[in-house]
Design a protein around this ligand. Structure first.
Ligand SMILES: [Zn+2]
Length: 335
């Protein structure tokens, strides 16, 4: 996410007392009785936050409102056991990698104190100005190569991004093309905040034409790309993954009595998640400090709607899909 969209900032609401789709109506002696069913229990397994930023304003280079101890604690108390970390500039990711790695020897097996695996990505932005020019800026390509060669204390960088394309045609910028080819060649993942048109363009710029490209689609179409179009792209590109933060239309507000105002998975999205159980990820997108303040609510919101899915689909979206992408143990091995 980026800039000036606080009106869109809505932490998910916790699921309510009953699941709207599960309410049973019974007609007895001319009276309609609505029998409430208990809400599905929230998903309780490990979470992999596949879209996390630790930007300079969170810690200001040395100190800040959210020092490393603060953000690690937020992750731990929410059962987040791994993160895809990137930051503007990359120092934040390097710091997270160093400190999370230092505590990687099991702190404790107690919930809330477990170690966190950092999956580092190279961010393309040294500052805010880079958002608008990275796709044609050779110095950013050089910076990426330098960072990849340097790696982190938690291991090598595993991906590139998040990057943004506000005009999808810039997917054909010279540096965008080179970075996509690099990602394909080195089996790096790419975290891209783009529209559906740019997905096709970025994929076309890879040697495999998108058949081997690990592209994590940030927000899975923030502009509300139709479900049918998301479906078609997932079918076309076997390693395209949809990250679900801020995705419009994912959850619907119930208007049923006894459940009014609570959020549930919308039917079309529930069907898509079940159709492609290995292709979706969750993420916090801590693009501004406010997202850190609401980190608990964001993760609770994910756990609530994950609980509405078949357990194996929930575990996949919460953990296994990202774990498979980055060679981490499956959810069952973490319990
Ligand atoms: Zn983001």
């Amino acid at each position: 996410m980026r800039l000036g969209v606080f009106s869109k900032f809505k932490p998910f609401r916790a699921v309510g007392l009953m699941e709207c789709a599960g309410a049973a109506s019974i007609l007895i002696a001319g009276l309609v009785l609505v029998q409430a069913q208990p809400a599905a229990p929230a998903y309780s397994g490990p979470l992999l936050d596949a879209h996390l930023h630790y930007n300079s304003e969170a810690w200001n280079g040395q100190t800040g409102p959210h020092p490393v101890a603060d953000v690690l604690q937020r992750m731990q108390r929410n059962g987040v056991r791994a993160i895809v970390a990137n930051s503007r500039p990359n120092d934040g990711t390097l710091l997270l990698a160093r400190l999370a790695n230092a505590q990687a020897a099991p702190v404790s097996s107690e919930p809330g104190t477990q170690a966190i695996t950092v999956v580092p990505f190279v961010r393309l932005y040294r500052n805010r100005a880079d958002y608008d020019t990275w796709f044609q800026d050779e110095s950013i390509y050089s910076m990426v190569l330098t960072e990849l060669a340097r790696g982190t204390e938690a291991g090598p960088f595993r991906g590139i991004g998040e990057f943004h394309l506000y005009d999808s045609a810039n997917a054909n910028g010279p540096v965008a093309k080179k970075l996509m080819a690099l990602a394909d060649d080195k089996a790096l993942a790419v975290l891209a905040h783009v529209d559906d048109v740019a997905i096709d363009l970025l994929m076309a710029n890879t040697p495999s034409k998108g058949q081997r490209t690990k592209l994590i689609w940030a927000h899975t179409g923030l502009t509300g790309v139709p479900v049918e179009r998301v479906d078609a792209l997932l079918a076309r590109y076997p390693l395209l993954m949809g990250e679900l933060s801020y995705r419009p239309g994912l959850t619907c507000t119930s208007d049923k009595d006894g459940d009014r105002g609570t959020q549930h998975l919308c039917p079309a999205w529930r069907a898509l998640l079940i159709k492609y159980p290995t292709r979706f990820l969750i993420g916090s997108d801590t693009w501004v400090n406010q997202r850190w303040l609401y980190y608990d609510e964001l993760m609770q919101g994910y756990r609530a709607w994950l609980g509405e899915l078949p357990p194996e689909v929930a575990a996949n979206i919460a953990w296994n899909n990202g774990a498979h992408l980055f060679d981490l143990p499956p959810a069952d091995a973490l319990r």
